[in-house]
Ligand binder design. Structure first.
Ligand code: SF4
Length: 462
């Protein structure tokens, strides 16, 4: 008879059982692809590669620069497809730090087209839907953040939390950016809105609002990406937040922790973050970095080094808020690979996966709510509970809701209905705000034929 103290004769059998699971966990060492395989970076040294200044100076911003890096690795057809997208559909301009471009598979045009990071950072016209490139109800600022600005750039949507958009730029531009209304340079398809108040005055007005808002405890310091704010200005802003007694949680939003980890590894940034972490600890407040990684291949040794450097400063956490995107991470294996790479190899907590918002020209990236529900189900039970990312739908005028929280769902027309339990400033005097149902819409091409016909009729009648 076997007891717990003796070797388990069934261990081998159980190991085979594990192998038969829908997902087989294996630790996978991180890899920094060799940038010297790309013709334009053949002579780039390790010291240059690890320099934030070199990375920023060599970002790819247009087709000419992409050709210089790629040499003859890509067919002309790729550049034509990219150029057409830039002219007709792109809501974000091109901006790729070498670090990000280097994680894409450029071994052939086919591999490049299929690459998950390429699919959302460097979209081409052929990626997009031609039947419904946009949902009829898609809109710029689909989350209506500007309508909820308490002062310019400070969105007060939840009772105890605010979002402070410090600046409208990032070191990298993602094709699916929710803040396409404001963030980045204008494109032929989108003339961007601009902040009207001078940056110093705007940040001052945000701090004044928070000093007179004792009900706010949590500030997401965002943009854009805080990595584009000169460090002394970011430190001064966060330092001032830490002087406000009711502020308990400060979250710094930076995709650059992945896209430009070299920024977060700079001595000035590390020393400054140490000062902020020490002050937060004295006050019993928390600082965390929220980053945005969508694919496991983006988690490289440099990214892990940057995340651990930030944790070493004494901040509370580094968490990931990815975006669920078709063709990028829309399988259980892709989501679990990403989550384990973050958690096991970089110390980054997989936290949220947002559904892609209803912005123009995003239909090819978006998933239906039922697909998100299936993915959430499929990834349960593999990761620790605290590190199992929640897939959330950011419902217009409501906020984040776990995808299983919907109140009702018309699968034929792809309309999900959601409720909420707090008022934004917009509904202060609205007696129905807490009983009303708010809508989110699935991509039309995912609907059954009757649903697709209904939307076609609506479009014709409009
Ligand atoms: S980093 Fe964030 S804010 Fe900047 S383009 Fe990407 S999604 Fe938008």
């Amino acid at each position: 008879m076997t007891t717990a103290l003796h070797p388990d004769p069934d261990a081998a059998v159980r190991s085979e059982e594990t192998a038969r699971q829908p997902y087989a966990y294996r630790r996978r060492p991180l890899q920094e692809p060799d940038w010297r395989r790309l013709p334009g970076w053949r002579d780039v040294t390790e010291a240059e590669w690890e320099s934030a200044q070199w990375q920023r100076a060599h970002c790819v911003k247009n087709l000419r620069q992409l050709r210089q890096v790629m040499g003859d690795l890509l067919d002309e057809s790729f550049y034509a497809d990219l150029e057409r997208d830039q002219a007709e559909r792109a809501t974000m301009s091109m901006l790729l730090p070498p670090q990000m471009l280097n994680t894409m598979d450029a071994s052939s045009t086919e591999a490049f087209l299929a690459d998950p990071v390429r699919r959302y950072m460097l979209p081409v016209h052929g990626d997009r839907r031609t039947d419904w490139p946009s949902h009829p109800l898609a809109s710029r600022d689909s989350l209506h953040e500007a309508e909820m600005w308490a002062v310019e750039g400070l969105t007060h949507r939840y009772p105890t939390k605010v979002l402070a958009e410090l600046l409208p730029t990032c070191p990298q531009y993602c094709g699916h950016c929710t803040r396409m209304d404001l963030v980045g340079n204008s494109t032929p398809a989108v003339d961007k809105h601009k902040f009207t108040i001078k940056p110093a005055d705007r940040l001052g007005a945000m701090l004044d609002y928070l000093r007179r808002s004792p009900g706010v405890r949590d500030v997401v310091v965002s943009g854009g990406d805080v990595a584009n704010l000169p460090w002394p200005r970011l430190e001064a802003f966060v330092d001032a937040l830490l002087d406000i007694d009711n502020i308990r949680d400060i979250r710094l939003a930076s995709k650059a922790l992945m896209g430009l980890p070299q920024h977060w590894l700079q001595d000035e940034v590390r020393a400054g973050m140490e000062r902020l972490a020490a002050k937060a600890a004295r006050r019993g407040a928390q600082i965390a970095i929220h980053t945005h990684v969508n694919a496991a291949q983006s988690v490289t040794p440099l990214v892990a080094r940057a995340a651990r450097a930030m944790l070493d400063t004494g901040i509370r956490d580094v968490r990931n808020q990815g975006v669920l995107l078709r063709g990028v991470n829309d399988t259980p294996a892709a989501l679990l690979d990403l989550s384990f790479a973050l958690l096991d190899e970089a110390g980054i907590l997989p936290y949220y996966l947002y559904m892609c918002d209803m912005i123009p020209n995003s239909e090819h990236w978006r998933l239906a709510v039922w697909e998100a529900q299936e993915l959430q189900h499929a990834i349960m039970g593999y990761l620790p509970g605290f590190a199992t990312p929640r897939i959330v739908c950011d419902v217009p005028y409501v906020g984040k809701r776990w995808v299983h929280q919907l109140a009702d769902y018309d699968r034929e027309r792809g309309v999900s209905y959601w409720t909420k339990n707090y008022r934004t400033a917009l509904e202060a005097a609205d007696p129905d705000a807490l009983t009303r149902r708010y809508e989110y819409h699935d991509p039309i091409y995912t609907l059954p034929e009757q649903g697709r016909a209904w939307w076609r009729d609506q479009a014709e009648a409009a």
